[in-house]
Design a protein around this ligand. Structure first.
Ligand code: ADP
Ligand code: F6P
Length: 335
């Protein structure tokens, strides 16, 4: 790590919003101020950086934000930021505004942008802000816990109706190409089937046949309702519900939970982890860190080189999946 004294840092949120991005922003601002630095907020991610939507931030700018979802800095996707000449322009804007440390809160797309700025001399640290938990270098991402709790509560409610009407319910949760939200919600709500992209071979008829078989088997054992948590990476929930109904004769409804999973007041876990990560990012910049991603592994906050972090892979834990299947199975009658 190169060591260069910094005096002004900036923070931006980029890509999809996630609950507790505000907690992270607040921690960046207040830790930086406590360390004697000046702080700037960049609105609307890389897009706002290019338009110089840069504001001064003080302790009050982040008052009463820790409990709120969304991002007070707004967020955006900015396709043109993938162009080298645009990245160069952004690095010059950072220099023009005296920004010598930048915290980027977002997903792996945003990390790529952060890496480019670091290569152009802007000391940059990225924080994993995404509900999807699809960042390989970390066991925790900002917003995942809240999203899972939101989806779990929604599924619990749908389950009440499913039980009353003795129906099947297919509930689609977010996660992009990852099945973490589905797996966690599935375990937390006792779902009979959990469909995740990591274990989906693209053969929808086969997958649906297995679900239908499971429904018929557990009906025969006396179970009168069925919850199928389907990750958006598998998708086709409405068609799936129709085909399940046709094959089983059991009324089946599909619900796509959608963006409600991205909003809402963050859980205590998200507020605390996001706060710690925000503070960690500032202290890392002060120590001369650049081109780093902050993660959480084996009970500790850690950091990795951005390119190394982007090259890492992770997969759903097979044991967790096996236990989810065991726990969702109807063993006896009236389960
Ligand atoms: P997320 O950060 O949630 O993964 P995106 O993949 O949409 O979301 O990326 C957010 C933004 O990061 C993009 O709109 C773009 O501005 C920037 N970005 C993504 N990929 C790159 C890249 N290869 N080079 C530079 N910037 C990128
Ligand atoms: O990455 C977060 C996420 O909510 C994914 O789960 C989902 O696939 C995607 O963003 C939706 O993006 P948008 O807000 O652009 O519809």
């Amino acid at each position: 790590m190169e060591s260069k004294k910094i005096s002004t840092i900036a923070v931006l949120t980029s890509g999809g919003d996630a609950p507790a991005m505000n907690a992270a922003t607040r921690a960046v601002v207040r830790t930086a101020l406590a360390r004697g630095l000046k702080v700037k907020g960049i609105k609307r991610g890389y897009s706002g950086l290019l338009k110089e939507e840069i504001i001064d931030m003080d302790s009050k700018s982040v008052s009463n934000t820790i409990s709120h979802g969304g991002t007070i800095l707004y967020t955006a996707r900015c396709e043109e930021f993938k162009k080298p000449e645009v990245q160069q322009e952004a690095a010059e804007i950072c220099r023009k505004h005296g920004i010598d440390g930048l915290v980027v809160i977002g997903g792996d797309g945003s990390f790529r942008g952060a890496g480019k700025l670091a290569a152009l001399g802007v000391n940059t640290v990225a924080l994993p802000g995404t509900i999807d938990l699809d960042i390989a270098c970390t066991e925790y991402t900002i917003g995942f816990d809240t999203a899972v709790n939101t989806a779990m509560e929604a599924i619990d409610k749908i389950k009440d109706t499913s039980m009353s009407h003795e129906r099947c319910s297919v509930i689609e949760v977010m996660g992009r190409d990852a099945g973490y939200i589905a797996l966690w919600c599935g375990i937390a709500t006792g779902a009979e089937n959990i469909l995740i992209p990591e274990r989906f071979d693209g053969n929808l008829p086969n997958t649906e046949s297995a679900v239908i078989e499971n429904i018929l088997r557990s009906r025969a054992k006396g179970k009168n309702h069925h919850i199928i948590v389907n990750a958006e990476g598998v998708g086709h929930s409405y068609g799936m519900a129709k085909r399940i109904e046709a094959a089983t004769g059991i009324e089946t409804r599909a619900t796509i939970l959608g963006h409600m999973q991205r909003g809402g007041n963050p859980t205590a876990k998200d507020r605390v982890y996001a706060s710690m990560m925000g503070a960690y990012a500032v202290d890392l910049l002060i120590k001369g860190g650049t081109n780093r991603v902050v993660g959480y592994k084996h009970g500790e906050y850690v950091d990795f080189d951005i390119e190394e972090a982007l090259a890492m892979t992770k997969d759903i834990d097979d044991y967790q999946l096996e236990i989810a299947e065991i726990l969702g199975k109807t063993m006896g009658t009236n389960a």
